[in-house]
Design a binder for this molecule. Structure first.
Ligand SMILES: *[C@@H]1O[C@H](CO)[C@@H](O)[C@H](O)[C@H]1NC(C)=O
Ligand SMILES: *[C@@H]1O[C@H](CO)[C@@H](O)[C@H](O)[C@H]1NC(C)=O
Ligand SMILES: *[C@@H]1O[C@H](CO)[C@@H](O)[C@H](O)[C@H]1NC(C)=O
Ligand SMILES: *[C@@H]1O[C@H](CO)[C@@H](O)[C@H](O)[C@H]1NC(C)=O
Ligand SMILES: *[C@@H]1O[C@H](CO)[C@@H](O)[C@H](O)[C@H]1NC(C)=O
Ligand SMILES: *[C@@H]1O[C@H](CO)[C@@H](O)[C@H](O)[C@H]1NC(C)=O
Ligand SMILES: *[C@@H]1O[C@H](CO)[C@@H](O)[C@H](O)[C@H]1NC(C)=O
Ligand SMILES: *[C@@H]1O[C@H](CO)[C@@H](O)[C@H](O)[C@H]1NC(C)=O
Ligand SMILES: *[C@@H]1O[C@H](CO)[C@@H](O)[C@H](O)[C@H]1NC(C)=O
Ligand SMILES: *[C@@H]1O[C@H](CO)[C@@H](O)[C@H](O)[C@H]1NC(C)=O
Ligand SMILES: *[C@@H]1O[C@H](CO)[C@@H](O)[C@H](O)[C@H]1NC(C)=O
Ligand SMILES: *[C@@H]1O[C@H](CO)[C@@H](O)[C@H](O)[C@H]1NC(C)=O
Length: 806
């Protein structure tokens, strides 16, 4: 029999104790979480995803919610992990939304990365988190400095504040700094050092402060972080030497200090880092001294990036490599002689960058056989022909050999690879391009420019992925190749011997932005189907061909056109007034201004494109690169009058109608071409007065009006008064004005001496081209960022495939 007393005791127990051995989360923590959700959802300046958050409902057990993890009930169940990565998709939220979360004192890990959070880290919120081990706030817009409260989290093992706007503090060591200027960035932002208190986080294993705004030296106190395994300070503005004490961190496996302003050499204490797997010191510019050969004795080393410094390869040093590297960058490290053959044993290599050295000799067959994914050997003095086996590797993704002295034919095996980026420009390759090149199914970018390649260029399938092609400055002949895949963005085929008519197949390329065919032998009429080219077309150059007929009215269909160069043909007929409807020259399109950041990220990663993607080095200084607009119809046989609609082209920077047979008056509307910097109307039949509206052309710095029948007073303005070279106005009827020192009352003879058309070099296609390439490189850059070639930047955790946000 049960004792009734026992029963009531049991009942009492059930009623009063069971709820305390709770299997659901504490009410207060549930409330804090809901408060966070509400703050997020209420904020109209941000778009958030409810993915995961939809399970966060009152009257339910928060331990069962998604993104939330609780501990085992001992004795009470509590929230320990919050994974709140990428909840905000755009806009911005204030860092104060984190406050309710920080009141969950049982918290062990918190991930709020990629959430567009703005403002300072709410440091005081962390004081009660006594069990806290991991904080991930990366990829937000946190600003201010690291709050001191974080340094009292003695249990912290992982701190990731990468990709924010966090600045250092003006620490007590400030007096020791040699150069106070280092503390101030040009934008007047006060920046400073990584606080020396970081050394008190004795449990820290992972410290990632990559891509913030820290400057000054790396604090010596980091040598106290004995448990550190990952130390990543990439892409800040840190300077001075790498502290020797770094060699004490024996468990360090990743040391990443690339893209700072560090100087001095590689500390010898790094030898003691026997667990080191990744050493990245790239792009510090000022790191110097010899590259120690003991680096290659570090058995676990896999990734070594030293390029972009003043580090020098030790010519006499013997490398006995014990490491099995996967990534090696020795870009601009003063390497001489043959490609070093200790690399032979580096059979795990995926990425090799030896560009910008003084390497000679041929491309070794053993290197071809290593099955490396990315090989960058551009800007060396390598010669000879390429081993056919190079292309028999399915691993090869990027091959950059530009600016060497390679010769011979492109091996017929080229079609057997699955290379995505193939850059062979500025070598001495000759002969035909193997037909099979068009069968490389992943090929996105092909640069064969400036070689001596000849014959016909192969046809690509409509399914081809090829986006950017440059075969300019070769000896190709035959019909203009126009059979490409529909993903084509850029075709640069200038300076060859292509002939025949302008092919209609170009109208099948819906994404074409850039078509350059200058200096070829294209003949026939300018086809009317030119109006059916891609509406994305920004650049069209048919300069110096043999086209005839008139410019079709439909040309105004090409609404994105910013550069139209038809000069040096046999065009006749009059200028269509529809030219004034080329909206790409009327207002700047937003789309063409955005890509720049992408270009930079690309140029850093694959240097070969950066420096060389065409003629971008010289030209007209201080121009807004991607806003360049140009209309060049010079050296044809154009007749009739200038349509006044040309005055609509408000963002035009260069207008060249010289060497035609254009008559009539210069339109008054030319005064509206406010951005015009270069205007050439010379060698025509223009008559009448120069419109007084010219005085509005305040940016004009090159003017050519010679060899016309102009009369009357040259308009005056501060800008025009400076254009007082008599040649500008030579060979006209009765021009007068202070610029040519001819008083308007008494007409005198014009100055005779005149410079021939070599001024024209200024308008050459090269100068004009500076504006255009960015957009195209951008396209590759986008693909690059999407991860096609991802190799050096760590892949973003992207759990839900949401793609880009910023
Ligand atoms: C939303 O976020 C913005 C920017 O951080 C902040 O200024 C605003 O106060 C927030 N609004 C609400 C309702 O929380
Ligand atoms: C941080 O950003 C917020 C919001 O953008 C701004 O109000 C605040 O002044 C910034 N703080 C610092 C220290 O720059
Ligand atoms: C930390 O705990 C103390 C004592 O329980 C409390 O007074 C304080 O408000 C807490 N601070 C925060 C930020 O939660
Ligand atoms: C370096 O940081 C800047 C911002 O601080 C960013 O714009 C740039 O993309 C970063 N570069 C790399 C290669 O991470
Ligand atoms: C280094 O790591 C090993 C293995 O994880 C560990 O046993 C050792 O204590 C660590 N060393 C230090 C100095 O923390
Ligand atoms: C490497 O470590 C040993 C033992 O800890 C120490 O004696 C030596 O000085 C260190 N070497 C360097 C170059 O720091
Ligand atoms: C390039 O190589 C050829 C032999 O293939 C040689 O004649 C020529 O001098 C080399 N040119 C340069 C610039 O090294
Ligand atoms: C290209 O190769 C030919 C021999 O094939 C050589 O005569 C010529 O000098 C080379 N051109 C350059 C620029 O090295
Ligand atoms: C260019 O092509 C034409 C025929 O299309 C040919 O007669 C001529 O020799 C070629 N010129 C050069 C320099 O290859
Ligand atoms: C026109 O192109 C030919 C090659 O087709 C070239 O030889 C010539 O120099 C070019 N003329 C001008 C003015 O650029
Ligand atoms: C202009 O382009 C549209 C499609 O983009 C096309 O339908 C139309 O025929 C074109 N106009 C001319 C005159 O070619
Ligand atoms: C230019 O465009 C306007 C408006 O779209 C149109 O009315 C006009 O006829 C066009 N002019 C020419 C010459 O095509």
């Amino acid at each position: 029999m049960l004792n009734p007393c026992f029963l009531s005791y049991l009942l009492f127990f059930l009623v009063f104790f069971v709820p305390q051995i709770s299997f659901s989360c504490p009410q207060d923590q549930l409330q804090f979480l809901l408060e966070f959700k509400n703050l997020l959802a209420q904020n109209s300046t941000a778009t958030i995803t409810l993915e995961g958050l939809e399970t966060w409902r009152p009257n339910s057990d928060c331990c069962k919610w998604q993104l939330v993890k609780c501990n085992a009930p001992s004795p009470t169940r509590e929230v320990i992990d919050l994974n709140l990565h990428s909840l905000v998709l755009s806009g911005s939220v204030s860092s104060s939304i984190l406050r309710p979360l920080l009141r969950i004192t049982s918290l062990v890990t918190l991930d709020v990365s990629s959430n567009f959070i703005q403002g300072e880290i709410p440091g005081d919120g962390f004081v009660n988190l006594t069990r806290f081990t991991s904080l991930d706030m990366s990829d937000n817009s946190f600003n201010g400095s690291i709050p001191p409260e974080l340094f009292s989290l003695k249990t912290l093992q992982r701190l990731d504040l990468s990709r924010n706007l966090i600045t250092g503090t003006l620490s007590g060591d400030i007096k020791e700094l040699k150069n106070l200027q280092e503390l101030f960035l040009s934008e007047n932002l006060i920046v400073g050092e990584i606080p020396t208190e970081i050394g008190s986080l004795a449990e820290l294993r992972v410290l990632i402060l990559r891509q913030n705004m820290f400057s000054g030296s790396i604090p010596l106190s980091v040598s106290k972080l004995m448990k550190l395994e990952t130390f990543d300070l990439q892409n800040n503005s840190l300077s001075f030497e790498i502290p020797d004490g770094i060699g004490k961190l024996v468990n360090l496996s990743t040391l990443s200090l690339s893209r700072n302003k560090l100087s001095g050499g590689i500390p010898s204490s790094v030898q003691n880092l026997t667990n080191l797997e990744t050493l990245e010191l790239e792009n510090n510019n000022e790191l110097s001294g010899e590259i120690p050969t003991w680096l290659f004795g570090l058995q676990k080393l896999k990734i070594l990036r030293l390029g972009g410094n003043k580090l020098q390869w030790n010519k006499n040093g013997y490398v006995f490599a014990r490491s099995k590297l996967t990534h090696l960058s020795l870009r601009s490290c003063g390497l001489e002689g043959n490609i070093p053959d200790w690399l032979k044993k580096q059979t795990a290599l995926l990425f090799l960058d030896l560009s910008m050295n003084r390497l000679q000799g041929s491309f070794p067959k053993w290197l071809a056989d290593l099955k490396i994914g990315t090989i960058i050997l551009s800007d060396n003095k390598l010669s000879g022909s390429l081993p056919p086996s190079l292309f028999q590797s399915l691993s090869l993704s990027v091959l950059a050999l530009s600016r060497n002295n390679f010769s011979g034919q492109i091996p017929h095996t080229v079609g057997e690879t699955s290379v995505m980026i193939l850059l062979l420009s500025e070598n001495n390759f000759s002969g035909p391009v193997p037909e099979s090149i068009s069968k490389i199914h992943r090929l996105l970018l092909l640069d064969l420019s400036k070689n001596r390649l000849s014959g016909e260029f192969p046809r690509f399938d409509p399914e081809s992925l090829l986006a950017l092609l440059d075969i300019s400055s070769n000896e190709f002949s035959g019909d203009v190749p126009a059979s490409f895949g529909s993903s084509t963005i850029m075709l640069s085929m200038s300076q060859n011997n292509f002939s025949g008519e302008f092919p209609q197949d170009f109208t099948n390329l819906p994404y074409l932005m850039h078509l350059d065919l200058h200096d070829n032998k294209i003949s026939g009429f300018v086809p009317s189907f030119i109006s059916q080219l891609s509406s994305s077309l920004e650049v069209l150059s048919l300069r110096n061909n043999s086209l005839k007929g008139s410019i079709p009215e439909g040309i105004s269909n090409l609404t994105s056109l910013k550069v139209l160069d038809l000069s040096g043909n046999n065009l006749d007929g009059s200028l269509p007034s529809s030219l004034g409807n080329l909206t790409g020259m009327v207002e700047s399109l937003v789309s063409s201004s955005s890509p720049l950041p992408f270009v930079f990220s690309f140029t850093i990663e694959i240097h070969d494109l950066a420096v060389n993607w065409k003629n971008s080095k010289q030209g007209l200084a201080n121009r807004n690169l991607y806003l360049y607009t140009l209309l060049d119809l010079s050296k044809n046989k154009l007749l009739g009058e200038i349509p006044s609609s040309l005055g609509n082209l408000k963002i035009l920077k260069l207008l060249n109608l010289s060497y035609n047979d254009i008559s009539g008056l210069i339109p008054q509307s030319f005064g509206d071409l406010e951005k015009l910097e270069i205007l050439d109307l010379s060698h025509n039949n223009l008559s009448g007065e120069i419109p007084q509206t010219f005085s509005k052309l305040s940016e004009l710095n090159v003017l050519e009006l010679s060899n016309n029948k102009l009369t009357g007073r040259i308009p005056e303005s501060p800008q025009l008064d400076r254009l007082n070279d008599p040649n500008i106005y030579a060979y006209n009827n009765k021009l007068c004005g202070m610029q040519i020192q001819v008083p308007c009352s008494t007409p005198t003879e014009q100055p005779k001496e005149k410079e021939e058309d070599e001024e024209e070099a200024m308008f050459s296609w090269k100068a004009a081209a500076i504006g255009c390439p960015c957009g195209f490189v951008m396209a590759v850059a986008v693909m690059y960022l999407v991860g096609y070639f991802s190799d050096s930047s760590p892949p973003r955790r992207s759990p839900k495939n949401r793609g880009f946000k910023k």
